[in-house]
Ligand binder design. Structure first.
Ligand code: SF4
Length: 637
């Protein structure tokens, strides 16, 4: 087998086809595998766009397994990480024909912390958490890996999980009495021994951020990496190479200090009082920031209630840290809480000064919580230093890396020069399988009646496809308007994002077979509904980022200061990639058929609309409803 011939493994009569009856050979998959293999062997960086249906997971896994190198694969989601470990690799190991050491590593919050379980089991928890805690105690005696995904019957967002899992802040490390049996330590040991290590992006970027801060590392050194869903890298780098401080971190520190004090220094009334005061001061700080949920710049006007509350919080933190230092000789838990307090107070100080011109400071308010962020304006520098330079071979792949037919936007954002670029086009026959409907006569998106007009125009499209529709919105306000209007107009079940967990909503959508699902941000990506259950995708507006978003505003100013055109260089490319992700929900297999309705009239009225249209798959475009109805009639006959 040469590096350009992958038919032996991925061809119609290849090794995989013999083991997988439903396997279909795809020239694009073989071409991508050849490109991945070449990069893994010769080194360098490859940017590979793999259209929907290419079979990109096998196209990078198989060359990685055959490369003879120590390779790390990073996925955009834990679900794909699990699928690779549990389904894909066992199948491919059979094809490769030699045993391999393969390991999956997740972030530490995915593993049971034996020390904290023991601590909270003996200290007791709130009455509501007693039943889930009992389930976890029962499972803890049986589990080998300690991966909390194994536990059924305790919801993912249960408040019990932070009590029985660890953070870098609260882990006792080698001082821990349970260190020898620790699930996190064991998972990391296996990761170091693996030939092929599968992680997710959050863990990978946590590792890069630790390296950037000179605080060690989580992952072993590898020779090569493959990053799937690589269109997320830019945003992830902004988040992880920055700094954060959240009300949760402060509350957790106060609570853990109280719990450790009760275990190791129950007579220390000053310490217990200081912990309680920090909890109160953190709540008061959140209240001082005002009600509502929003992402806005972080500023501290001198003399303002916000500044007073933050200074009060800092003082409460200093008092707690002092009390912890006084008591730290009485136990490892208290000593560790003191060390954690030093790091947290350094962050409080950093956000109090908020003086780093290379960063944008912003706050993300939720109803009861707040998180402060300092996001670097330039991520290309740290990416170059901590991701690209240390690695011999790097493959970045995704279904959406190009704008128009060019990789330039991605290359520029990530600071790549000299990367190999390769487009593995989708094998789907979009011209036959799909239709792009651009309705005419809708008002401009800024018109107050725009959403209502879109919904009216969507009704006959939904009826023509007998329900079976996703409507993707760019704002929660529009989603809510649709949620109150459409159920009264349609004879199909209407499912609304937020009414139940995402995975249950999707299961319900699939099983109903005629439902209409209304979704915002989280449904634009990573949703795979094959077959007739999803026949139409309707998108209300071009997904431009909110112009008031603090990061976008700061990057816009930076771009303008450098003489650039932020609309063309930042906003359009970001919106094109987001639109392509949303559109990618429609056709998921060779037998799918579907209609895409893009309501936004700017696609035809503005010059930039062409950039969006030229970035979409080659669908037949129509603007009359009759053509949509004909499409479905022809499909049925
Ligand atoms: S070493 Fe850390 S994660 Fe492991 S059991 Fe101890 S505290 Fe928990």
């Amino acid at each position: 087998m040469t590096i350009t011939d992958w038919s032996e493994n991925l061809g119609q009569n290849g090794a995989l086809a013999q083991r997988l009856p439903q396997f279909r050979a795809r020239a694009q998959q073989q071409a991508m595998a050849a490109q991945v293999a070449q990069t893994l062997q010769q080194g360098g960086v490859a940017l590979i766009e793999a259209g929907t249906g290419t079979g990109k997971t096998f196209a990078y896994l198989l060359p990685a397994m055959l490369s003879g190198r120590k390779v790390l694969v990073s996925t955009g989601s834990k679900a794909l990480q699990d699928q690779i470990l549990e389904k894909d690799i066992p199948l491919l190991t059979d094809v490769v024909g030699k045993p391999m050491r393969v390991s999956r590593l997740k972030g530490r919050s995915n593993y049971l912390c034996l020390h904290r379980l023991q601590r909270f089991s003996s200290e007791g928890v709130a009455p509501l958490l007693a039943a889930p805690l009992a389930k976890i105690v029962d499972w803890a005696g049986r589990t080998r890996e300690g991966d909390i995904a194994e536990v059924s019957g305790v919801p993912e967002d249960s408040a019990v999980w932070p009590l029985v899992t660890s953070t870098r802040d609260n882990c006792l490390g080698s001082e821990c009495p349970d260190y020898q049996r620790c699930h996190v330590v064991e998972a990391r040991r296996k990761a170091h021994e693996a030939d092929l290590l599968v992680v997710n992006h959050h863990l990978l970027f946590s590792d890069l951020a630790l390296k950037a801060n000179g605080m060690g590392d989580l992952l072993p050194r590898v020779e090569a990496m493959v990053l799937d869903e690589a269109h997320q890298v830019f945003d992830l780098a902004g988040r992880y190479f920055g700094r954060q401080l959240s009300s949760h971190q402060l509350w957790d520190w106060a609570r853990d200090s109280r719990v450790e004090a009760l275990g190791e220094a129950a007579d220390d009334a000053l310490l217990l009082q200081a912990a309680a005061e920090l909890e109160t001061a953190t709540s008061a700080w959140r209240t001082a920031l005002g009600a509502g949920e929003e992402r806005i710049l972080w500023t501290l006007t001198p003399g303002s209630p916000e500044e007073a509350a933050f200074i009060h919080l800092r003082q409460a933190g200093i008092t707690l840290l002092h009390a912890l230092h006084q008591a730290s000789a009485r136990g490892k838990g208290l000593e560790q809480c003191a060390a954690r307090g030093v790091a947290l107070l350094a962050s409080v100080e950093f956000f109090l000064l908020h003086n780093a011109p290379e960063m944008v400071f912003w706050q993300e308010k939720r109803t009861r919580t707040v998180q402060l962020h300092a996001t670097p304006l330039d991520v290309a520098g740290p990416l170059q230093k901590y991701l690209l330079e240390p690695i011999e071979a790097l493959v970045l792949t995704s279904a959406t890396l190009r704008v128009g037919d060019s990789f330039t936007v991605t290359e520029r954002a990530l600071g790549l020069s000299g990367a190999q670029t390769f487009n593995a086009a989708s094998p789907f026959d979009y011209a036959r399988q799909s239709l792009l409907y651009l309705p005419s006569g809708l008002p401009e998106p800024s018109h107050p009646g725009y959403t209502s007009a879109c919904l009216q125009a969507a009704i006959p499209v939904i009826e023509a496809s007998a329900g079976r529709t996703f409507i993707l919105f760019t704002s929660h306000r529009a989603l809510q308007e649709a949620a109150s209007f459409l159920p009264r107009q349609l004879g199909f079940p209407v499912l609304v994002q937020g009414s139940m967990p995402r995975s249950r909503l999707l299961d319900r959508f699939r099983s109903l077979g005629n439902a209409v699902l209304l979704g915002a941000a989280s449904f634009w990506e990573g949703v795979d509904v094959q077959g007739e259950a999803l026949s139409s995708v309707i998108i209300d507006k071009l997904p431009f980022a909110n112009p008031s978003d603090p990061i976008l505003r700061a990057r816009t100013e930076q771009c303008q200061a450098a003489g650039g055109d932020p609309f063309r260089e930042l906003q359009i490319p970001q919106a094109v990639i987001a639109l392509r992700q949303g559109v990618g929900r429609l056709i998921r297999s060779e037998t799918d058929r579907g209609v895409l309705m893009l309501c936004d009239p700017r696609l035809r009225s503005k010059a930039y609309g062409k950039i969006f249209l030229e970035s979409l798959p080659p669908m037949r475009r129509v603007s009359d409803l009759e053509a949509v109805q004909q499409f479905w009639k022809a499909s049925l006959s």
